[in-house]
Structure formats: structure tokens, C-alpha cells
Design a protein around this ligand. Structure first.
Ligand code: FAD
Length: 497
């Protein structure tokens, strides 16, 4: 993917079939679906691809054991099917992850055991392995740092795990390889209309400040927690459809959970599921569910963990581990905002994780809600919707069996901390020349996951990364200084204080 080539295509194409606003899981998935059906497709993100919620997930490709507890059978069935398809289509990114549900009370074994058998059964042929009851000894063998006091046994089950930002980049590459045009750092600033009907968007290149009017037969708003802001551009009187809930994660060293098995705590004090999951040689702990009302773009793009959220995770995970992590053990922490489709219920933990497609009077299509796991299905649904709405000739969705880009590429290192200098140069060269990596943050937060794995170390490496990027991008010393400073400012939010 080359940004300059993409901009040339933007200017030389008089009209697009489908224009997508938002380059997170939903928008990128929609771009893959639309391009592989042969539609002339363009996508814009105001920042980097997956800068929003889509790089801040728990990194699970899952049916959602919690949704099963809530009795949301439809969502679990759909997500389990998607889990199976994604593991087939992106085997380089999604792997089979073993989880243990530790049992400290007599009823937990039979209760969760039966639930997880139902989960296996619902996955059918796309299952990742049967759940099993474990003795106390077997449980401790798989998760030796579980608190042994009062432990009765455990249940092991399987779900998928992935790297969210990397999947986002590979989706962008997949769409680009099917002639899609995808542009990061290109905010949509207005909706174009003819006879009160949407006919395109106004966009602005963040770097050159050039503005463009882009004509398109269909415009799809896939902007997650920004959904209402974009709907407002279309109709300032629209009814708000999204509410936000924040979830945070803490990243700690592997010593807190050595081995490959993750832990799932099905029920914390406030009825949440808590995970401790091995990820890129660290452990990700999370998450929370805090209703939020951020209003400005900056806090929607870079939400910050609240002190009480950090305390909540440390306290609850401490109940289950033989050694309790404390603040000084946190290598990084990150917050994400869930775009939840509004319902009458006031508690966000019970708001809908299902997706919603809506059509404005102007013809603007909005898709929101859902989860990373179901991005493909969301994309299929919204492109089908666009076809029907426009009475276009039917074109079959191609993505259920579509191998995603990246299967035959060397894996990008998850972090840069132990790379030799030529390896770091290669990773930067690849990111800049082929993955539209534009800033030091893009490289350290999303092309690699250095910032999420160790924020302090990432800050220390920012000057060298900025210099190497500058050499690759023909930038001067002031760019290096600015990039390093900007990165530090952002990365400070990932440090415990
Ligand atoms: C804490 C947490 C944990 C989660 N864990 C999981 C998990 O383990 N598994 C799972 O399946 N799901 C998980 N999810 C859900 C999943 O991450 C989200 O459903 C998904 O990432 C939402 O993607 P999206 O594309 O709709 O939104 P986003 O990723 O937010 O993308 C929207 C994009 O729109 C762009 N945008 C906004 N306005 C404009 C504009 N005017 N012009 C151009 N671009 C614009 C933004 O910059 C952003 O990149 C989790 C969510 C959270 C918050």
C-alpha cells in the first residue's frame, strides 16, 4: 500500500461505488467485502488504521462465554461461526488458545462445565477442541501461579486469540490487493448531497491539508464510537444511536502466568468476566466496563484508564494468583471504548454487542456495534444492505473462504526491544513502504505492538525509531524531534503513575 498512489487514485476516479468512513475492524472488513465483490471502493480514516477501539481489544476471537451466560444464543452462535472462519482464513494471525476456568466453589465445576460443553456443541464442526474437567493437580500443572488455597479443580476450554492491529493492517492490504483505495490520516469533514441525497464526502489530508470532494453512490459510516458525530454531519437532528463503555487492560510480565494457558474468571464482584491471557510473551489482564461520555475527538481517540479501573483489575486478579501484581508491575496499560447500540437498559454491561445497520433519510448507511470477531459478518450484512437499497445486481459475498493477506509474508516482530539494528531497519522499511506507517506512534503502537507491551521501553526507543523512519521517509531533524515528542505525550498515558 502506497499512500501517494492511493491519493492519485482518489483524484483520478470520478465516482466510487462505495465510500467507507472509518478504518477500524468494521470499515476495513467492509472494504474487503466490497472490493472482493468487485465494487469500486474507497475508505478513509481520520487517524491511522485501527487507531480507535480496534487496536485496544482483549485480542480474543471468541463466541463470548459471557453472552452465553446472558442467554444471547444468537450472538454466540454467530461469533462461534465467525471464529472458525477467521482461524481458517488468517491462520497466521489467529491461534487456538487454551483457557482455564478455576473452580474454588463446589458448584462452579458442574455449572461452568455444562455451560462450556454447550459452548463446544454450539461451535459444531468449527470447534477448536473439547472442554475438559481438570483435577486440582492438573489445573495447577497448566497454571502453576493460580492461588492453590481452596482450589478444587478447573475446566479447560478453547477460544481464538489474535493481534488486532495486525489483522487490521492485513485487512487493509487484502482490500488494497483487490483494487481498494484506503487512506489513513484523511478525516471525513462533511457529507456531500445532491437533492438532499448523499452523493459523497468531503475529506482532508492531515499532512498536506489538501481538501477533496469524493463522489460515491453509497456512503457507509463505520466509525465506532464516532458514529453519532458522522451522523450529525448528515443530519444535526438525528437520534443518537451509540453509547460508549470503556474497557481497560493491564500488561504485566509473563512470570505472573508462565506457560501458554490463559485464565478466565467468569464472574467478578460486578458480574464481569476477567481474563489473564498470554500475548506476545507478556500477560494481558482485563477488562472493565465503565460507562463514559467522552465528547471531544481527542478523548475518543486516546481514552485513558481511570485509577479505579486499574485498582479493580489488580484487586480482582490478585484474588486468583499466588503472587499479586501491583502498580509497579504494570508494563503498559491501554483503554478502549466500546461502541454499544443504545437500548432502554441503563447498565452498559447488558447493552447490546450485536450490530445495527441503519439508513438515514439522506441514504447514509451506518453500521455499528458488534465485535472484532464478527467483523466479517457485519461487513457482509452492510454490503448486502447497500446492494438491496440501490437495487444493484446481486453479487455474492466472497469472504467466508477468503484467505487474508499476510499468510505468505514473514511475520512482523510484535515488539522491537530485542531486535538487531538491521532487523529494526527492515521492520521500519516494510512498515513505511508497504503498510502506510506515517508516524512513530503508528510504528510503535500498531505496526509493532511495542507501546502496548512495554510503554517505558517504547518511549526509550522512540528517538531511534523516529530517526530511522525519517531516513526512510526523507524527513528532517525537526520531524524527528516532533515525532519523538508526540509519541512521548501519547505513551505517557500507557504508563502507570
Ligand atoms: C476493552 C475492549 C475489549 C474488546 N475485546 C474484544 C475481543 O477480545 N474480541 C472481540 O471480538 N471484540 C472485542 N472488542 C470489541 C471490538 O474491539 C470492537 O467491536 C471493534 O474494534 C469496533 O470496531 P469499529 O471499526 O466499529 O470501531 P473503531 O475501531 O473505533 O473504528 C472506527 C474508526 O473510525 C474512524 N473515524 C471516526 N470518525 C471519522 C471521520 N470523520 N473520518 C474518518 N474516519 C473516522 C476512527 O478514527 C476509527 O479508526 C473489545 C472492545 C473493547 C473496548
Amino acid at each position: 500500500m502506497h499512500r501517494e498512489t492511493m491519493i492519485q487514485q482518489l483524484t483520478s476516479t470520478p465516482e466510487w461505488d462505495i465510500c467507507i468512513i472509518g478504518g477500524g475492524a468494521t470499515g476495513l472488513g467492509t472494504a474487503v467485502d466490497a472490493t472482493t465483490r468487485g465494487f469500486k471502493t474507497i475508505l478513509f480514516d481520520q487517524h491511522d488504521f485501527a487507531k480507535g477501539t480496534s487496536s485496544r481489544s482483549t485480542k480474543l476471537v471468541h463466541g463470548g462465554v459471557r453472552y452465553l451466560q446472558q442467554g444471547n444464543i444468537k450472538l454466540v452462535l454467530e461469533a462461534l461461526k465467525e471464529r472458525g472462519l477467521l482461524i481458517n482464513n488468517a491462520p497466521h494471525l489467529v491461534h487456538n488458545q487454551k483457557f482455564i476456568v478455576p473452580n474454588y466453589k463446589w458448584w462452579e465445576g458442574p455449572f461452568y462445565g455444562i455451560g462450556l460443553k454447550i459452548y463446544d456443541w454450539m461451535a459444531g464442526k468449527l470447534g477448536l477442541g473439547p472442554s475438559e474437567f481438570l483435577s486440582r493437580e492438573e489445573t495447577l500443572q497448566l497454571a502453576p501461579t493460580l492461588d492453590p488455597e481452596g482450589l478444587r479443580g478447573g475446566i479447560v476450554y478453547h477460544d481464538g486469540q489474535f493481534d488486532d492491529a495486525r489483522l487490521a493492517i492485513d485487512l487493509a492490504q487484502t482490500a488494497a490487493s483487490h483494487n481498494g483505495v484506503l487512506l489513513n490520516y484523511f478525516p471525513v469533514t462533511g457529507i456531500l448531497k445532491a437533492n438532499k441525497k448523499v452523493c459523497g464526502v468531503r475529506v482532508k489530508d492531515v499532512f498536506t491539508r489538501n481538501e477533496y470532494e469524493v463522489k460515491s453512490k453509497v456512503v457507509i459510516n463505520a466509525t465506532g464510537v464516532f458514529t453519532d458525530i458522522v451522523m450529525n454531519m448528515d443530519n444535526p437532528k438525528h437520534r443518537q444511536i451509540v453509547t460508549t463503555s470503556q474497557g481497560i487492560h493491564l500488561v504485566v510480565d509473563k512470570e505472573f502466568l508462565p506457560g501458554d494457558t490463559a485464565i478466565m474468571i467468569p464472574r467478578t464482584d460486578d458480574g464481569r468476566v476477567l481474563f489473564a491471557v498470554p500475548w506476545h510473551n507478556k500477560i494481558v489482564l482485563g477488562t472493565t466496563d465503565t460507562p463514559m461520555k467522552p465528547t471531544d475527538v481527542a478523548s475518543l481517540l486516546e481514552p485513558r484508564p481511570l485509577k479505579e479501573e486499574v485498582d479493580f483489575i489488580l484487586k480482582h486478579i490478585g484474588h486468583y494468583l499466588s503472587k499479586d501484581p501491583d502498580r509497579s508491575d504494570i508494563r503498559s496499560m491501554f483503554a478502549g471504548l466500546r461502541p454499544l447500540v443504545k437500548e432502554s437498559s441503563k447498565r452498559t454491561a447488558s447493552l447490546s454487542r450485536e450490530h445495527l445497520i441503519s439508513l438515514a433519510d439522506s441514504g447514509l448507511i451506518t453500521i455499528t456495534g458488534g465485535k472484532w470477531t464478527t467483523y466479517r459478518r457485519m461487513a457482509e450484512d452492510v454490503v448486502n444492505f447497500a446492494i438491496e437499497k440501490n437495487k444493484w445486481e446481486k453479487k455474492t459475498c466472497m469472504t467466508a473462504q477468503l484467505r487474508l493477506f499476510g499468510n505468505d509474508q514473514p511475520a512482523m516482530p510484535p515488539d522491537i526491544f530485542n531486535l538487531k539494528s538491521h532487523e529494526l531497519k527492515d521492520a521500519i522499511k516494510r512498515s513505511v513502504s508497504r503498510e502506510m506507517c506515517m508516524t512513530t506512534e503508528d510504528f510503535l503502537a500498531r505496526r509493532t505492538r511495542s507501546l502496548l507491551l512495554d510503554a517505558k521501553a517504547a518511549i526509550e526507543h522512540a528517538p531511534v525509531v523516529s530517526s530511522l523512519m525519517a531516513a526512510e521517509m526523507n524527513k528532517d531533524d525537526s520531524w524527528i524531534k516532533e515525532q519523538t515528542e508526540n509519541f512521548k505525550l501519547t505513551a505517557n498515558n500507557y504508563l502507570p503513575n
